[in-house]
Design a protein around this ligand. Structure first.
Ligand SMILES: NC(=O)c1ccc[n+]([C@@H]2O[C@H](COP(=O)([O-])OP(=O)(O)OC[C@H]3O[C@@H](n4cnc5c(N)ncnc54)[C@H](OP(=O)(O)O)[C@@H]3O)[C@@H](O)[C@H]2O)c1
Length: 223
């Protein structure tokens, strides 16, 4: 992977991604709402990394399909219709969308399958983020909830994830399993935003080697 376009480059995540790319000596072009992505910008590029907004993702996706360029996106708060567009695009190009680009969260998602084997336990997902985060519950909390629901042996309606918005918390996710006698807590803490940026770049390097399809972070490794 030699040359990447970053959509949302002036944002907090975009800036982290540009830094990771510079350290890896990968060339980067920057796009945002004032300098939108164009076909010209995409010529000769190997990958698009998008951390912008649902609208930014949608426009990037259409251009990536047209020019056959793989897309990594970490943009959250996307609608069901936008998820369908990701699935349709993935028939033509490799797409990796993940509401959390940390490999630790990918491992946590795999681990909830173990928790789901417990009989007679109550399950609860909880998430903590900084006060400026727009979507709630976080995309990651919803993904953990979905993994847990799918892994449970019987159809169970889990309680909504508990949400806390406070200060500058980068991201904490917990999954509780509680019985009459014991409580197990699986917890992941993102200590800084860099974890998502390096995960996204690593995902991009991997995605450039893949066939068209819709991938997630768990696909980067087998446990
Ligand atoms: N998956 C993960 O691991 C992860 C981790 C952290 C954050 N996120 C998500 O990533 C996204 C960005 O987060 P952030 O904290 O970096 O936000 P931010 O600081 O507000 O930055 C957003 C960036 O997107 C650009 N943008 C907005 N609408 C656009 C459009 N229609 N076309 C092109 N560019 C557009 C903005 O450009 P202007 O400033 O010019 O408007 C800005 O550069 C959010 O959805 C957030 O939830 C995901």
């Amino acid at each position: 992977m030699k040359s990447v376009v970053v959509v949302g480059a002036s944002g907090k995540m975009g800036q982290e991604i540009l830094q990771v790319l510079a350290e890896k000596k990968i060339k980067a072009a920057a796009c945002g709402s004032k300098t939108p992505l164009t076909k010209k910008t995409l010529l000769g590029k190997n990958l698009v990394i998008d951390f912008s907004s649902p609208e930014g993702l949608e426009s990037a996706l259409a251009l990536c399909v047209e020019l056959q360029i793989p897309l990594v996106s970490g943009t959250t708060g996307i609608s069901d219709n936008q998820k369908k567009k990701l699935m349709t695009a993935a028939k033509k190009i490799p797409v990796l969308w993940s509401p959390n680009m940390s490999l630790g969260i990918a491992l946590l998602k795999k681990s909830v399958h173990l928790l789901a084997k417990l009989e007679g336990f109550d399950f609860q997902v909880e998430e903590f983020h900084h006060r400026r985060k727009k979507d709630r519950p976080s995309g990651t909390a919803l993904a953990l909830q979905q993994c847990l629901t799918e892994a449970l042996p019987r159809k169970t309606t889990l309680p909504e994830p508990i949400v806390m918005r406070a200060g500058g918390i980068v991201g904490i996710h917990k999954v509780y399993a509680t019985s009459e006698e014991e409580m197990i807590v699986f917890e992941h803490q993102a200590l800084n935003r860099r974890v998502f940026a390096s995960g996204a770049v690593r995902a991009g390097e991997w995605l450039c080697q893949q066939k068209p399809g819709l991938y997630q972070m768990e696909d980067l490794f087998e446990v």
